[in-house]
Write a protein that binds this ligand. Structure first.
Ligand code: PLP
Length: 397
């Protein structure tokens, strides 16, 4: 028997939590696990801009012919504008090349294969902590991983000293993976001055920066959230980027992402990108059309784009309001600790400071599900569950 000796793989720490939550029968259950946006009613709605574009697509689409290996051209162009801004030199000089990918995960996997097969890089530096799939994706491509410190548990903030100490060991040609904004799982981003300092370090030493941009628009706004990336783009001629539109377009199951490569000039970009396309050809040949075509329609239409931005603003503002209410309610429920740091964090996630034991107790005694690292999805908090949630947290503190 060939399959008999195979051992079972461990459940994914985050997706496994979703399955456990689904099976939970206690009606008061609260899900603060997987990173999906939820509105005040606890639903994950399809943005109206997406619905409108989809219905237009349904009537206007004329063929289901294959896309090219790199996907929908208008989507790829719109991706570059979101990343760098309209008329950025990188775009006008054609030294950026983008391929539509299967979500941000797919873009990261393309990046990992490209790094492994086409560059001299031996090592990728990944923040500790990070989204757990980062390590797994680079391991799968056979790239050595080193970690840089990121989180200071005492201050609940960025460990800037640890981060710069560790990254000072990164050598020329090493890849440094950075979260574009809304760092997952901590919710803590570098300040503009810290981004500038990192960009300078990178240019001086010669890192190959890889930006994972999965939450653009969730910290301060679409343009504001690109600060770090654009700071790097000023000083570093070569960059790799993995975009995800799962969250900011609410299109989780359409697998919308993009891989972008920035080279020193158009000729090098074209050559390098031909290798990217050959990697994609052997992985999945070419992407699915629906998600990319929908987003391209939205981003090319001024009214739909404005509507999408308004809906994105609403998501961001709801999460921010919930952070404030969460901290106030914890206080009102008698929490002795200071949770004000939660208000400063960006995006959906908060490193709450809850220990693995406390997270376990929340699940076992109160049917409240969170990641054992203490990461909570603030978007899972609603007016209906906040009182129960805060009372329960105070009981396990
Ligand atoms: N990168 C980070 C930091 C994420 O948090 C996620 C999703 O949770 C991804 C990438 C992957 O996004 P996608 O669902 O588009 O593959």
């Amino acid at each position: 028997m060939f399959f008999e000796p195979i051992t079972a793989a461990p459940a994914d720490p985050i997706l496994g939590l979703g399955e456990a939550f689904k099976a939970e029968t206690r009606p008061e259950k609260v899900n603060l696990g997987i990173g999906i946006y939820k509105n005040a009613q606890g639903e994950t709605p399809i943005p109206q801009a997406v619905k409108t574009a989809e219905s237009r697509l349904l009537t206007e689409e004329k063929t289901k012919n294959y896309l090219t290996i790199d996907g929908v051209a208008a989507y790829n162009h719109a991706t570059q504008i979101l990343l760098f801004g309209e008329n950025h030199e990188i775009i006008t000089s054609h030294r950026a090349k983008t391929a539509q990918s299967l979500g941000g995960t797919g873009a990261l996997r393309i990046a990992a294969e490209f790094i492994k097969r086409q560059t001299q890089a031996q090592t990728v530096w990944i923040s500790s902590p990070t989204w757990p799939n980062h390590d797994a994706i680079f391991q799968a491509a056979g790239i050595q991983i080193r970690h840089y410190r990121y989180y200071d548990a005492a201050s609940h903030g960025l460990d800037w000293t640890g981060l710069t100490e560790d990254l000072s060991q990164a050598k020329q040609g090493d890849v440094v993976l950075l979260h574009g904004c809304c760092h997952n799982p901590t919710g803590i981003d570098p300040t503009p001055e810290q981004w500038d300092a990192l960009a300078q370090m990178s240019a001086q030493v010669g890192w190959l920066p890889l930006f994972d941009f999965a939450y653009q628009g969730f910290a301060r706004g679409l343009e504001e959230d690109a600060y770090g990336l654009r700071s790097f783009a000023k000083l570093n001629r070569e960059l790799l980027l993995a975009s995800s539109y799962s969250k900011n377009f609410g299109m989780y199951n359409e697998r919308v992402g993009a891989f972008t490569l920035v080279a020193d000039n158009e000729e090098v970009a074209n050559r390098a990108f031909s290798q990217v396309k050959s990697i994609i050809r052997t992985l999945y040949s070419n992407p699915a059309s629906h998600g990319g075509s929908t987003i391209a329609l939205i981003l090319q239409d001024a009214d739909l784009k404005a509507q999408w931005i308004a809906e994105l603003d609403e998501m961001r503002e709801r999460i921010h309001a919930m952070r404030q209410k969460f901290v106030a309610t914890l206080k009102a429920c008698g929490a002795k600790q200071d949770f004000d740091f939660i208000i400063q964090q960006n995006g959906m996630f908060s490193f709450s400071g809850l220990t693995a034991e406390q997270v376990d107790r929340l699940r076992d005694e109160f049917a409240i599900y969170a990641v054992r690292s203490g990461r909570i999805n603030v978007a899972g908090i609603t007016d209906d569950n906040i009182q129960y949630l805060c009372e329960s947290i105070v009981k396990v503190l």
